[in-house]
Ligand binder design. Sequence first.
Ligand code: AMP
Ligand code: FE
Ligand code: FE
Ligand code: ZN
Length: 307
Amino acid sequence: MSDTERSVQIPARIDLHAHSNRSDGTDDPVALVQQAQRAGLDTVALTDHDTFDGLDDAQAAADRTGIRLVPGVEISCRLDGRGVHLLGYFADAGHQPLLDELARVRRGRDGRVPQVVERLRAAGLDITVDDVANCARTASSLGRPHIADALVAKGYVPSRRAAFDRWLAEGRPAYVARYAPSPEQAIALVVAAGGVAVLAHPRGRASRDAVTDTVIARLGAAGLSGIEVDHHDHDPPTRSRLRALAGELGLITTGASDYHGTGKQGHALGSELTAPVEFDRLLAAVPGAERHPDPAHQRPAWREPSP
Ligand code: AMP
Ligand code: FE
Ligand code: FE
Ligand code: ZN
């Protein structure tokens, strides 16, 4: 078999959801792209929580390695009191209304830390805001995982997961809510910024009760292009139901690892993938794609991988 024949038989490996240490992942953006190459990925999306800060470094690394980087962001939203995450791909990272909203979310993230720390201290744990800051030095977007890291560093819990289960998850003693837009607001901003909106892990831990089929249909009507179906948090029956719903609603279905480096077990890069045909639909959903089928024409951050 020639190389050409072999290459057409191997489907592209596309992972559309990963975090760097600009939010709550543990790899810096360059290392993340290198890890993606080691994992045999052709395409990886960097989707840090509420920040674009890692994209330039990741793009530079992607240019060096020949991997295709999809510029992304995962926007924290709230629906019926539950955390719901919206992935935005190819949005213009200079679009001021979107930047303003992300900054507002990050201010809410920063502002909550002293309140969480106060609750932990009231429960007798010797932890300070500085301890948290020490665990978040590389992050533009401060999250509960950084507070979890501080609890691990002090020996109060063995892992991030244990910190969430004992203290930080919704309903636990040190949970404090923060500002978040509605999914509709976030979708409108992503679309206004020339991006494509995909709902992250709709039946995952935090969002499963809020994100009903009716809600997904409503968000589809509000400009949502797709839903993340193949995600670690979804069991096989959930995936089947979501795929059927996406078919009914004409939504794209994606799959992705939600990699956080060593911050989350079971989320290795490439452990979940997006089908190439669904990725093509995502590219076609980029506003203006009918005029410029190759997003390279409109997005400086986009490069075809070198051969
Ligand atoms: P935050 O961004 O502060 O709302 O924290 C949410 C983030 O914490 C998610 O994006 C996950 O990366 C992580 N997370 C949520 N629940 C858990 C859990 N039970 N164990 C470990 N990490 C979690
Ligand atoms: Fe996260
Ligand atoms: Fe998420
Ligand atoms: Zn994520």
